[in-house]
Design a protein around this ligand. Structure first.
Ligand code: GLY
Length: 202
């Protein structure tokens, strides 16, 4: 990244490119919807350097093609660290963000209960392949940034949150040590401080 771009901005850029990728069905704008047919996104970002710790997360964010920019905005401009659902949306609008004008049809047109053979034109979920996360870790000049984004799980209940936006579970960073980010079944991972444990063992 150019010197003028912060390491966290570079992490967010990389994650955003996955959120907007139409071939990715478990992150961002083309995700499998929840049981109500709505896409709810989770994302988080952590930036650490010696003596400094910054972070932001959003959970169950609706109406946006991605969530990493929202997590980044929480980290940069909010007095809180985690915002959820309609509160996250209200904060984003106060920051000048605007929901997507139109939902991306290939994502939202699709009822959750469609049979696989009807689910043409996009990647088919295989067993264990209906959830995933993009995670990026980068370091520059002693500043370490870890970010992640996911739509959680195909046909999840509305309001379900997995590991990804939970600090210490889905992502963690310790200055001078390292960072970790998780992917997998968030209903299992979120029960444990998985990435905190991984970094603690480094
Ligand atoms: N790791 C993504 C999720 O299950 O929420």
């Amino acid at each position: 990244a150019p010197e003028t771009v912060s390491v966290s901005a570079a992490v967010a850029d990389a994650i955003r490119s996955v959120e907007l990728d139409p071939t990715v069905a478990t992150v961002g704008s083309h995700s499998y919807p929840n049981v109500n047919g709505t896409i709810q996104l989770d994302a988080a970002i952590v930036e650490v350097s010696p003596g400094r710790h910054r972070c932001g997360a959003v959970m169950a964010l609706e109406g946006y093609p991605g969530a990493i920019d929202a997590a980044f905005a929480v980290m940069e401009s909010c007095q809180h660290r985690i915002l959820v659902g309609s509160g996250a949306k209200a904060f984003l609008e106060s920051e000048g963000f605007h929901p997507s004008v139109a939902p991306i049809p290939t994502a939202l047109e699709r009822p959750v209960a469609v049979l696989p053979e009807e689910d043409a034109g996009r990647p088919q979920p295989q067993p264990g392949d209906d959830h995933d996360t993009v995670g990026i870790i980068a370091v520059r000049n002693g500043v370490l940034s870890v970010g992640c984004s996911t739509s959680g799980k195909r046909a999840k209940l509305s309001g379900r949150v997995g590991d990804s936006p939970i600090f210490g579970s889905g992502l963690y960073a310790e200055p001078g040590v390292g960072g970790a980010v998780a992917t997998g079944d968030g209903d299992k991972i979120c029960s444990f401080p998985l990435t905190f444990s991984a970094v603690s063992l480094m």
